[in-house]
Ligand binder design. Structure first.
Ligand code: SAM
Length: 230
């Protein structure tokens, strides 16, 4: 797999902007290697720093719309696109607003997907993990994944493709089942084992107790699910 990272200077990102991490880069690699971007109308649903949106634009997308709820991240995504010399329209607001601008040929998303323990552990998670709203996704990690899967038919043009990256801890089978239930052809097209980051380290014991992570496991499996509209 080739690696096609952008030149974003993440050291300038404020603590409230998710720094591009393994999940960001895995999603970019799949987008670029699949050749989905050239000429496409692309939506990046939870853009953060804009790293995926910028990569899509650099890979030849005809149009890129990015969506983000955090105002600081919106500012960073805009300035990172400008610094990269590419055209990305960054909308401030929920990813769900993308429906207003649909249909898209390609939809990419690295949403919050980490299951959230009932006891708030945010204080013990180092700032390098980025802001809590970038990863916390409810007790099963599906707070955004479920509505996003349900919205796929509303977002995609005929023959369009959606790429979603998330962890094994947030139930890959459920993502596949949901997307197929909404009429998509869906499969896992990439995966990567990574060492626990700060959030997983803080939550591993709880995730194992809940059966969301295999006992004794020391690595997390990231997957990219691709869903193709008929
Ligand atoms: C895991 S980060 C991914 C950032 C970037 N796409 C990347 O891959 O590095 C998730 C991002 O989603 C944003 N976010 C959380 N809830 C959202 C929502 N309902 N709508 C849009 N963005 C949201 C967070 O602020 C955060 O920037």
């Amino acid at each position: 797999m080739t690696t096609a990272y952008t030149d974003l200077d993440t050291t300038t990102a404020a603590a409230e902007v998710y720094p591009p991490q393994e999940d960001s880069h895995l999603l970019i690699d799949v987008l670029v290697d699949a050749g989905l971007a050239p000429g496409a109308r692309v939506a990046d649903l939870c853009t953060g720093s804009g790293v995926v949106a910028v990569a899509a634009a650099k890979a030849g997308a005809a149009q890129v719309d990015a969506f983000e709820i955090c105002p600081t991240a919106v500012a960073h995504a805009r300035s990172n696109a400008s610094a990269a010399g590419v055209d990305v329209t960054v909308h401030r607001g929920s990813w769900a607003r993308a429906v207003e601008f649909a249909p898209f040929d390609v939809v990419v998303a690295n949403p919050p997907y980490v299951p959230q323990a009932p006891v708030d552990d945010t204080a013990v998670i180092p700032g390098e993990a980025g802001p809590a709203q970038a990863w916390n996704a409810g007790v099963d990690g599906r707070l955004i994944l479920d509505p996003m899967c349900a919205a796929a038919p509303l977002l995609l043009a005929d023959g369009g493709s959606m790429l979603i990256v998330h962890s094994e801890c947030s139930d890959v089978t459920r993502t596949l089942t949901a997307l197929r239930g909404h009429g998509m052809n869906a499969e896992v097209v990439a995966q990567q084992m990574i060492p626990f980051g700060p959030v997983m380290t803080a939550r591993a014991a709880w995730l194992m107790r809940e059966g969301l992570l295999a006992p004794g496991c020391e690595l997390e499996r990231l997957v990219v699910v691709r869903a193709d509209a008929p």
